[in-house]
Design a binder for this molecule. Structure first.
Ligand code: FRU
Length: 506
């Protein structure tokens, strides 16, 4: 890597101010919904996972951070690291805005390791064109920063300037090495307002040359593809993105913006040939801007941001806002991706209890746990042998009747996550498809203080949603509702989850 003649930027003052901002917010942080087993900032707002990598014996996860408030703004890069993907350590804030091209934010990006062993970050420097807000669009450019230790970064400036004044979104570089060449993809809103992903290439990591638009979204209403990613899985290539402007269709794409993928083939120097339909990464209320990375042992892992797009967002009142999903392993399942919690995650299980086999009569309910803030639940439902119309669990159930229902719904033939009777937060339900022909349904449900993740049939479908319980003990209740008869549950286990933090915040 030749970095001679490049400008470097000192940001120590801005970083110190950002650390002080987080500490100030932390003083009044409330923990009723603050996660135990998911990554979140000590205080302040987080969004996208950034710069995921394995470097010098540790996994590094950076994230979009507003250190000054629990709403989006003033984008910095926060940082946590881990030896084993299970126990995490808070690291100093990695990047703060410190030169003109990133005046209004250090936006999302990715990390790679250079041939001479440095951690290199590509990210977007962001400015409002009118200096105040998005009224006249964004002026965005891809920038580069280098680190010897993964903790302290030297910024080298802009490496891919925006080529056209009419482009109002130009961001989120994802970089990888392919043969002897470096490849970069990022999201663009073209002058015609089409959502595209552009590919660049480089021999030296510093000088980048335009290759081609590698993907254009077929829907002319989709005007931007945020946080694109492109990675190989077996003999295929996956292109994923977070689409702005996609309309809801039936059960799909019901969130404000929606993250999904297509699978196909690609050779360097050629076009991407799409073979699969578009699929959502996750059918829940809150999932966006996922980023993948290759683990040294060959696994492809993905972290998503649980995006609180819809008001009310009650955690904003608690001095923090936003968390990641669990790290998930990605694998191919036909024309689909399967995503499951990484196997290491079970190490956080504590006090595991077996409840199955259980049969419930119609309209019967049974309290399994009287008070738990967290749970790792594994449950099998015998669909062929059950006649109840809805079978599942009321989670985060409090004395006032609030709860979130996760169940199999025989009318929809889907797995449903329903928040309709919660006092706090946005309500509504989401429903993930399943193949009923199997005759049985496997659910893994991860409950944290303010979130629920549902993995259907070993991760063939996933739903991630915030769920903010009311005051008091939090029950887990098994329910069977209506229909001609019983619910048959061959197995059911519930463990509590331990903390992911090496040193808990308090
Ligand atoms: C996605 C996103 C990215 C951008 C970042 C800014 O959530 O809008 O496109 O880089 O967040 O925080």
């Amino acid at each position: 890597m030749n970095i001679e003649n490049m400008t470097t930027y000192d940001q120590s003052e801005q970083l110190a101010r950002a650390e002080a901002g987080v500490e100030e917010l932390f003083k009044s942080r409330k923990d009723r919904w603050y996660p135990v087993s998911h990554i979140a900032s000590k205080a302040g707002w987080i969004n996208d996972p950034n710069g995921l990598c394995y470097f010098q014996g540790r996994y590094h996860a950076y994230y979009q951070l507003n250190p000054f408030a629990s709403v989006w703004g003033s984008c910095h890069w926060g940082h946590v690291s881990s030896k084993d993907l299970v126990t995490w350590r808070r690291e100093p804030i990695a990047m703060a805005p410190s030169f003109e091209a990133e005046r209004d934010g250090v936006f999302s990006g990715s990390a790679v390791i250079s041939d001479d062993g440095k951690l290199v970050i590509y990210y977007t420097g962001h400015r409002w064109r009118n200096g105040i807000n998005e009224g006249e669009g964004n002026l965005q450019e891809q920038c580069m920063a280098v680190s010897e230790d993964g903790v302290h970064f030297t910024k080298l400036g802009v490496v891919v300037p925006c080529p056209d004044d009419r482009i109002l979104h130009f961001r989120d570089p994802k970089v990888w090495k392919q043969g002897g060449e470096w490849r970069m993809v990022f999201g663009v809103s073209t002058p015609e307002h089409r959502g595209e992903i552009w590919m660049y290439k480089s021999a030296d990591m510093v000088n980048w040359e335009f290759d081609r638009p590698i993907y254009q979204h077929p829907d002319p209403d989709v005007f931007m593809l945020e946080c694109p990613d492109m990675f190989p899985l077996d003999d295929k290539w996956v292109i994923c993105y977070s689409a702005m402007g996609l309309s809801p269709k039936g059960f799909e794409a019901r969130n404000h913006n929606n993250a999904g993928y297509v699978i196909g083939t690609w050779e360097p120097g050629g076009d991407f040939h799409q073979e699969s339909e578009f699929h959502l990464w996750d059918d829940g209320h809150n999932y966006y801007a996922p980023q993948t990375f290759g683990c040294p042992d060959g696994r492809r892992l993905v972290f998503g941001w649980m995006s609180p797009f819809t008001q009310p967002i009650p955690m904003e009142d608690d001095g923090w806002c936003g968390q990641f999903t669990l790290p998930r392993e990605v694998s191919l399942a036909g024309d689909h991706l399967r995503t499951q919690p990484i196997r290491e995650f079970s190490r956080l299980d504590e006090d595991k209890r077996e409840f199955g086999p259980i049969e419930l009569a119609v309209n019967e309910s049974r309290t399994l746990v009287t008070d738990s803030e967290t749970a790792d639940i594994e449950m099998e439902i015998n669909l062929a042998g059950s006649q109840a119309e809805r079978i599942g669990l009321e989670l985060h159930r409090t004395g006032n009747g609030d709860h979130t229902l996760v169940c199999y719904d025989d009318q929809l033939e889907r797995v449903v996550l329903d928040r309709h009777c919660n006092t706090y937060g946005d309500r509504g339900y989401r429903a993930a498809p399943l193949d009923k022909a199997h005759g049985s349904l496997k659910l893994r449900i991860i409950v944290d203080r303010g979130s629920i993740e549902v993995y259907v049939n070993d991760g063939l479908e996933v739903m991630s949603s915030y769920s903010f319980p009311a005051d008091g003990p939090r029950e887990i209740r098994l329910v069977a509702e209506s229909g001609e008869g019983k619910a048959v549950i061959p197995s059911l286990s519930i463990a509590k989850l331990g903390t992911i933090w090496e040193t808990p915040d308090r």
